[in-house]
Design a protein around this ligand. Structure first.
Ligand code: GLA
Length: 405
């Protein structure tokens, strides 16, 4: 459903639940990462785009109340929490509400809102970012919640602070040690563009995609594999990256606080024998992935219509996937199959897993005229071979978090 239609439906639902009009709507999108995977907690580069799948929150304040009442249309349930007693719920079915609480907590911790004077509120939440599929539904609910409570607290902030606050919520309240990419792109995405984000300085460049005008689309394919083992392995990868820097830093004379981002390919090649096998593979992925991401951006900036730039971009996506599969070991056989099937399709420029891995989505660059063919060859063949219902999402790059009305 188009976002405008979703907004109208949400307003009606709000009235049905709370018997009054919503005062405003906060929205924040999910994302697809084109390239630059598992680099953001290594101080490296990422190239995500915000997509036309979002979380919308319809809001009304309750002056004088300390209660936040929440309804989730997606989960078809409701709950509430007290502003004077913010702590995570243990009830699984209501775990979505923890993201909202987490953000209130983080905004307060950062001094962006004053909890003592914050009014209670009624919220109806509607999202169409597929859950647990690596398209950052949690970043979307965090950013939309942060916009909600900033406005309720009469405050504003810049996009980077918004993203850092949501990352704090995710890292410290939810307990997932994610990097900054997802929250950053959800807060700051730009229409028809990806952002090259330097995840250390948080400087970023808007990089126009330039695909649709050439007859290509960005397509996410959800493998329908739940990412159950994801967070343990994610934290383990982070630790492995830190460990490899610890070993290499003294040999390379790197300063305190150095990250894999600070190690050039030449330095790595000269010293890679100093690392145990596993750490060598992990570091090699991150260092090569940073180089691939910067090359991808220079191809986009030079223009996909020139030379073989689009084809080279596609090669970088395939190379990224191979590296995530073989060196970083965060893919799975279903994601590998989706990439393999895509690579055999006419009109496909490149494909790779996107997001944390261990399930979730692939990202594909597909010629618009071959989308139907792609669906048949990839989605249907995948179903035939695995019995799983993959889902295809043709995406548009959109603006980051905003208020509607
Ligand atoms: C998840 C995390 C991000 C990033 C990716 C992998 O999406 O939330 O911070 O680390 O995995 O690139």
């Amino acid at each position: 459903m188009e976002e405008n239609a979703r907004v109208e439906q949400l307003k009606t639902k709000f009235k049905d639940y709370f018997g009054a009009e919503a005062e405003f709507i906060a929205r924040a999108p999910g994302r697809v990462n084109l390239i630059g995977e598992h680099t953001d907690y290594n101080g490296g580069f990422v190239l995500p785009a915000a997509i036309d799948r979002s979380v919308l929150i319809a809001v009304k304040d309750l002056p004088g109340s300390r209660k936040v009442e929440l309804v989730s249309l997606e989960f078809d349930n409701h709950t509430s929490f007290d502003l004077d007693n913010i702590k995570p719920t243990q009830e699984k079915a209501l775990s979505w509400s923890n993201y909202v609480m987490a953000v209130v907590w983080a905004l307060t911790q950062k001094g962006l809102i004053d909890l003592a004077t914050l009014p209670g509120a009624q919220l109806v939440i509607q999202g169409d970012v597929p859950r647990g599929s690596g398209l950052s539904s949690s970043a979307a609910i965090e950013v939309a919640s942060a916009l909600t409570f900033l406005r309720l607290g009469g405050a504003t902030t810049d996009g980077a602070t918004l993203a850092l606050t949501c990352q704090k919520a995710e890292n410290e309240f939810i307990g997932v040690k994610s990097g900054i990419m997802d929250q950053f792109i959800s807060a700051l995405g730009q229409p028809d563009s990806a952002l090259l984000i330097d995840t250390r300085s948080l400087e970023y460049k808007v990089v126009p995609l330039g695909l649709e005008e050439l007859g290509y689309r960005v397509v996410a394919v959800d493998s329908a594999v739940p990412r159950s083992l994801g967070s343990t392995a994610y934290n383990q990868r982070r630790a492995e990256c830190e460990e490899s820097v610890k070993i290499l830093a003294p040999k390379l004379g790197l300063k305190e606080g150095a990250q894999l981002r600070d190690i050039t390919l030449e330095q790595f090649t000269a010293h890679s024998a100093d690392l145990p096998d596993i750490l060598r593979k992990r570091a090699r992925h991150v260092i090569n992935e940073d180089a691939r991401t910067l090359e991808a951006v220079s191809l986009m900036q030079a223009g996909f219509s020139k030379n073989n730039n689009l084809a080279r971009f596609g090669e970088l996506l395939y190379a990224s996937h191979a590296s995530l599969r073989d060196d970083y070991e965060v893919s799975c056989k279903e994601l590998d199959l989706l990439v393999e099937l895509a690579s055999g399709c006419v009109g496909v420029v490149g494909a790779r897993m996107t997001g944390a891995g261990f399930g979730g989505c692939t990202v594909n660059i597909v010629q618009t005229q071959h989308l139907d063919d792609f669906e048949q060859k990839v989605v249907q063949e995948y179903r035939r071979r695995t019995g799983l219902e993959a889902k295809m999402h043709v995406c548009k790059a959109v603006a980051g978090g905003s208020y509607l009305a």
